[in-house]
Design a protein around this ligand. Sequence first.
Ligand SMILES: [Zn+2]
Length: 212
Amino acid sequence: MIYSALLSEIDWLRHGFGTRAAPLSQDGMASLKQIHSARVLAAHDAGLVGEGDALVTDQAGLRVSIRTADCYPVLLVDVKTRRVAAVHAGWRGTAAQIVRETLREMQADAKNVRAAIGPGIGKCCYEVGADVARFFGAPTAQSAGHTAKCCIDLAAANRQQLLDAGVDGAHIDVIARCTFCDAENFHSFRRDKESAGRLISYVEIKNTAAEA
Ligand SMILES: [Zn+2]
């Protein structure tokens, strides 16, 4: 399991990014039928909430979770209102600014936001065509002048969207692990194709009343 040092500082919070060695199950967690959108849903109970790519809750004891294999898991926390969110950000969701949509749904004041961008496919490996690259301001074949392909950095794009929303750079933790490079620890759809498993990531407000 991978933990964000930044989110680990919040004593009322529990979170994790599952790995191959430490897989998580979504049983007992709120989950989504993920559709590569910028659709944000509110979770009130465990189980399938609906179709979308981000889950928000303010309910203690409820784990909101997403599944990824190259796409980025992003966990968002409002330390003032104690709302939390789990976001699935692939290139489509990132192009549609799903992290900003989620912050809006959380009604979060940017200064209270803490964010962790988990493991996903790195710029080292995420080669895309000009049709995708154009959403990220990446150089196209013409301007790069050599190949028809180029690599985009989805972690950086999501970090930039958070910065643009007003989140302090010191409050954004980028785990910076590439799912494609590191087959021992991570599933990768690009590498393993249809046989790829999924990594589960979650965030939860501790149910302090129940644990006291
Ligand atoms: Zn890589």
